[in-house]
Design a protein around this ligand. Structure first.
Ligand SMILES: *Cc1c(COP(=O)(O)O)cnc(C)c1O
Length: 430
């Protein structure tokens, strides 16, 4: 007998490409079919067959307060009374922009959009408009949404252009995207030298969280800042995951490195579809209608989405102790997993920082994309299936992060570690 999830998936694939509205949800990487979820509350998520899971996806980041936070929910319901969309300037847009710009020193002006993809696409356009340069440097393994110029895989050698990483992306769209190696300043220097006065911006996930979690080596972000200062390129931190997560001011605040532009998404919308880009006033003043870099959006700054985001950001800002607590829980969970891996001689590495972490089935420590790719994805799939069966909802891919929320507790983490130990026992070669 098929489960309700399986029946829904059978139907979904007939009407939706791959049965899902975003690829990773399809469980393809772990060779399974997805669980269809019905709802979620606090640290838990429930599927349509009545199973309950501890959720370590947390909607890929937005639900940092836990699912269905009552205050966020209340603000949304209240906002709905005034209309779902006005298509005009509204007061709440001023509130949230002022809130962010007065709390985060490197954000002097900000523009709201509807997704992280849009935020990055727009930030790159502004960087090009401001500098009058065409090239962008990104890093292998960093994800910046699905705009054409960012769907690129590295060309061979510093003089070659990036090549499209998806059908439908033209060579023209990626020819100005150069790819460097994460944590390797030398690879960035080479690209800058070979493209003197032509690089508009370096864009980086200050903590990479889309090839699994990969931390910047000490000095890496500072080195990028210095290279940008020397060459007149702008430094863009893509903080779509790290923003309001590692600290209120994101990775920039956490590491004390000031980007010229920053992109947000995920947490900033409190669960609603929101992205944003902001940064230096002189750069952001190039955005239309203040300046000549065109960027627009019918639903940008939507009042319901702004209400959710504003409430979530206010809660985070007013309770900064939550970040300490997330750090503590992160050490307990990810440090605990690391410890267990040692104890059971599992060939694996746990990378983590604050509430973000990932378990890599690799021989070596993972500091860049090439090393991430050495992971044993078959073992990951086995681990994933085991954990899911035991009620642990993990991202169905070796190359995604685990997310903790403020609703995860010591007891929940203990339970998770127990289940992880059962997996290790189950795996142990006897
Ligand atoms: C999720 C993500 C994006 C894309 O955001 P969407 O809202 O999915 O378009 C961009 N950059 C990073 C670092 C992300 O994690």
């Amino acid at each position: 007998m098929k489960t309700h999830s399986e029946r829904l998936f059978d139907e979904a694939v007939r009407y939706i490409p791959g049965g899902v509205n975003s690829p990773v949800r399809a469980y393809q990487a772990v060779g399974m079919t997805p669980r269809f979820m019905q709802g979620a509350t606090g640290p838990y998520i429930f599927d349509v067959d009545g199973n309950k899971y501890i959720d370590y996806i947390c909607s890929w980041g937005p639900m940092i307060l836990g699912h269905n936070d009552p205050e966020v929910l209340k603000s949304v319901v209240e906002a709905c009374e005034y209309g779902l969309s006005l298509g005009t300037a509204t007061e709440i847009e001023v509130c949230i922009a002022k809130f962010i710009c007065t709390k985060i020193p490197h954000v002097e002006m900000i523009r709201m959009v509807n997704s992280g993809t849009e935020a990055v696409m727009s930030a790159v356009r502004v960087a090009r408009g401001f500098t009058g340069r065409d090239k962008i440097i990104k890093f292998a393994g960093c994800y910046h949404g699905h705009s054409d110029a960012m769907l690129v895989s590295a060309g061979s050698g510093v003089m070659t252009s990036g090549v499209p990483d998806s059908l439908g992306v033209t060579k023209g769209a990626t020819k100005d995207t150069l790819t460097a190696c994460y944590n390797d300043l030398e690879s960035v220097k080479e690209l800058l030298d070979a493209n003197k006065d032509r690089v508009a911006a370096i864009i980086v996930e200050p903590v990479a969280a889309n090839m699994g979690v990969v931390l910047p080596k000490p000095g890496f972000l500072e080195g990028l800042r210095k290279l940008c200062d020397e060459t007149g390129s702008l430094l863009i931190f893509d903080e779509v995951i790290t923003g309001f997560r590692l600290s209120f001011g994101g990775a920039a605040e956490y590491f004390g490195v000031r980007p010229d532009l920053v992109t947000y998404g995920k947490i900033i919308g409190g669960g609603m579809p929101v992205g944003a880009y902001g940064g230096r006033r002189d750069v952001m003043s190039f955005v239309s209608p203040a300046g000549d870099v065109y960027q627009a959006g019918t639903l940008s700054g939507n009042p319901i989405a702004m209400a959710a985001g504003m409430t979530q950001l206010q809660i985070l800002y007013n309770h900064k102790d939550k970040y300490k607590e997330l750090d503590r829980l992160g050490v307990k969970l990810y440090g605990g997993m690391e410890e267990l891996c040692h104890q059971y001689d599992l060939e694996a590495h746990v990378n983590y920082i604050g509430s973000l972490g990932s378990l890599f089935f690799t021989q070596e420590e993972v500091i860049d994309y090439d090393l991430a790719k050495t992971a044993d994805t078959k073992e990951f799939a086995r681990y994933f299936a085991f954990m899911l069966e035991q009620g642990i909802h993990l991202a169905p891919s070796q190359f995604e992060a685990m997310f903790l929320s403020c609703m995860h507790t010591d007891a929940i983490i203990d339970e998770t570690l127990n289940i992880f130990e059962r997996y290790l026992n189950d795996t142990k070669i006897v």
